[in-house]
Design a protein around this ligand. Sequence first.
Ligand SMILES: [Zn+2]
Length: 160
Amino acid sequence: MNFCPNCGSKLYEKTINDSLVKSCNTCEYIDWNNWVYVSCVIAAFTDDNEVLLVRLKGKEQGKLTFPGGYRDLGETLDQAAHREFYEETGMVVHNLELYKTFTKDEQRLIWIVYKGKVQKSEFVENKEVFEAIYIRNIKDIDCNDLRGKLTKALLIDLLS
Ligand SMILES: [Zn+2]
């Protein structure tokens, strides 16, 4: 960022505690250059202990991952989780509980992972997702289909 979000003055580079930061000479605002995107991710389980994954459309066509997405400003993390789950599956997740977090600095990304309960019901196809599948064992799928490292790490964590 080049201008102060507080007062609009130009920001200047400065070293504080060995970190290169940008600071405002007018109001002393400091940009620590540590911002991250927050994504809410839902591990939704059926009563039979299967977990729901979504198969993506678009530029990651065919890849499997957990439903989830970025929190919008003004939303609570719980609200973002419920909204994203509904948008990507057409289904409602219940009993959301904060489970754990994952950090991926190379994408400036933090995953806030919730566990929840889902009843198998009609999946509603949408612009992001082609299908929802339920798996009990990681052997049920081809791991090359998983979207990325975090998806795989979380799946192994949940099913082992
Ligand atoms: Zn300022």
